[in-house]
Write a protein that binds this ligand. Structure first.
Ligand code: ZN
Length: 237
C-alpha cells in the first residue's frame, strides 16, 4: 500500500493568484489537489482554458462546475451591458466588477467537494492587500465562513472538517509574483484580465494591479504590455 495522500480542494480561476495558490498547495504543502473552476457566465472563458493548463502543470485533477450567475447579472463580469472600468479604481468604492455573492457560492461548492472526497483543506486565492475592495476577500469574511463550514458539515461536526486556507491573504501583489516564480507557476499561461480577447487588455483593474506588480518585481517582460508602451500611451497609473 502507498502512504495515504493528503487531499485538498483548490479554487482555481486561472488567474495569477489562484494559480500561485495551487503551486503552494501542491509543491510547498504536498497536497494531492482537486482544482475547481466555475463556468459562471463570465464575459469570457479564456481563464477556464488557462485553469485547465495550470491544473495539468501541477498534476491536479481539474473540475469545471457550471453555475450560471450570469443569469442574475448585476456585475460587469457577467452582464455585457455593464462596462468593465478601464481608468483605475476609486478608493473605498466597490467596483462594478464585483459579482454578487460569488465567493460565497464558490466556497460552498468547494466545501461540498471537500467533504465528499475527504479533503483536509480548501485553498483560496483571496487577497486583502492589493485587491479591488470586494467584501468577500476580507479576513473577517473568511473567519465567518470557517465558522459556518464547521457547523454545516458532517466532517465539521466530527472534528475533521476542511480548513479554509488563504495563503495570499496578507501578501502584497509583488510578494505573490515572487512566490509564483519560486514555485514554478507558468505566469505567462495565467489569465487575470477581466476582458476576453486573445491578449490581456492591460487597462482593467486586474491587469493594472498585476502588471504593476510584475514590473515592480523586476519582470516587466511578463506584464500584459511593456511598461514603456503603456507609458507612451498614458496608461500607467
Ligand atoms: Zn484587462
Amino acid at each position: 500500500m502507498t502512504t495515504q495522500q493528503k487531499r485538498a480542494v483548490v479554487l482555481l480561476s486561472g488567474g495569477l493568484d489562484s494559480s500561485t495558490v495551487l503551486g503552494i498547495a501542491t509543491r510547498r504543502d504536498g497536497y494531492t489537489c482537486a482544482a475547481l473552476s466555475f463556468r459562471y457566465g463570465q464575459r469570457h472563458t479564456v481563464e477556464l482554458d488557462r485553469a485547465a493548463q495550470i491544473a495539468r502543470h501541477f498534476g491536479a485533477e481539474h473540475r469545471i462546475i457550471d453555475i450560471n450567475l450570469g443569469s442574475f447579472g448585476g456585475s460587469a463580469l457577467t452582464d455585457e451591458t455593464i462596462t468593465v472600468p478601464t481608468d483605475g479604481a476609486d478608493d473605498g468604492v466597490i467596483p462594478p466588477t464585483y459579482v454578487p455573492g460569488r465567493n460565497t457560492v464558490f466556497i460552498a461548492i468547494g466545501l461540498s467537494l471537500a467533504e465528499a472526497i475527504g479533503a483536509e483543506r480548501i485553498y483560496l486565492g483571496i487577497n486583502a492587500v492589493d485587491y479591488s475592495g470586494y467584501p468577500d476577500c476580507r479576513p473577517e469574511y473568511l473567519e465567518a465562513y470557517q465558522h459556518l463550514a464547521n457547523l454545516a458539515t458532517k466532517a465539521g461536526l466530527e472534528g475533521h472538517g476542511a480548513a479554509l486556507v488563504a495563503p495570499l491573504l496578507h501578501m502584497t501583489k509583488v510578494d505573490i509574483v515572487n512566490a509564483a516564480l519560486e514555485l514554478g507557476v507558468p505566469v505567462d499561461v495565467t489569465w487575470s484580465c477581466y476582458q476576453g480577447g486573445t491578449e490581456p487588455c492591460g487597462v482593467c483593474d486586474s491587469c493594472r494591479i498585476r502588471d504593476r506588480a510584475l514590473t515592480e518585481a523586476g519582470h516587466p517582460e511578463l506584464a500584459s504590455r511593456p511598461a514603456q508602451l503603456a507609458a507612451d500611451s498614458g496608461l500607467t497609473s
